[in-house]
Ligand binder design. Sequence first.
Ligand code: NAI
Ligand code: MG
Length: 350
Amino acid sequence: MARQRIAVIPGDGIGGEVIESARAVLDAVSTRHSTDLEFTEFDWSCQRYERTGAMMPADAIDTLRDFDAILLGAVGWPGVPDHVSLWGLLIPIRRAFRQYVNLRPIRVFTGVSSPLRNATDVDFVVVRENVEGEYSEIGGRLNRGFPEEMAVQESVFTRAGVSRIADYALELAKTRRGYVTSATKSNGIVHTLPFWDEVVAERAAIHPDVRVDSEHIDALAAKFVLQPERFDVVVGSNLFGDILSDLAAAVAGSIGIAPSANLDPTKHYPSMFEPVHGSAPDIAGKGIANPVGAVWSAAMMLEHLGHTSAADDVLVAMEATLANADTRTADLGGHASTTEVTDALIAALP
Ligand code: NAI
Ligand code: MG
């Protein structure tokens, strides 16, 4: 396969520490699989904002356009408002590159204790619609300051948008256990969610080999806690997917291991891979950040770029490292440093 180019944005705080670890694991696994990845690092961050007044340069999107993928650490730092770091970097990248799938795999690994008593065999994926739905900019405020003050926010569900996210979930289920759960609330929300259900059912009919259940979001949230092992692929709108994916990450045990991908499945634009956690100012610079979330995100990037066996090897190394108490970081109750976990991951590559 030809050389692929990766844009690396370490960002702020522990972002740099976990990305260094992910890079080391990527280098080791790439050598074994003769995968040709070229990395270009960008210093876009809150530090840059404080120096120049912008999180990233004006032509950043054009710069990123030519890359095959983007690997991001975390952005955000005390002193810079969070909406500045979010709207100055993450959101523009997701929207400009039509990353309409937000993918979050959830697993309870041996050695990582879930807050749920009997959580074993938990292995599912939340597929969140990432560019429309409830998070639209359509709406407004009226009569500010008067008793009749009001706010209106429109949800936008399009046939194209719902079809492509449903198709993505159905195709993904075929590579797994063949079961999709669609999050809905068509009993209470009478226009958009019945439409969501209809379109999901239409797409499901084209994939008769996949079993599809529809569940109301309230009952579904309860089942995430009571029976997390029953899920395989869960698909939801932007808002439902956002909430379900954080709930699911909590079920899995630690935010330090949770990965995510923002995908343009058409591969027309670069997709972006990032751990779920933020820049963790409380532990930044101490060398104790858990690198597994960033490493798992890097494995998802390998998979997206077509290097499935390299990605599988990284998962095997993660399982071995998490299973051993000596190679767990403090957030998992261990004592290992970021570097020690990184070395262990590399040593555990098959
Ligand atoms: P956070 O995820 O940075 O930290 C929450 C807690 O989890 C902290 O106690 C932290 O020490 C711990 N933690 C997080 N990642 C860890 C890891 N890899 N290993 C060990 N412990 C870990 O969330 P917080 O504190 O709400 O946000 C801090 C900054 O990060 C803010 O500026 C926020 O806006 C930003 N942020 C950025 C995100 C992104 O870049 N996608 C996502 C979430 C927050
Ligand atoms: Mg969220």
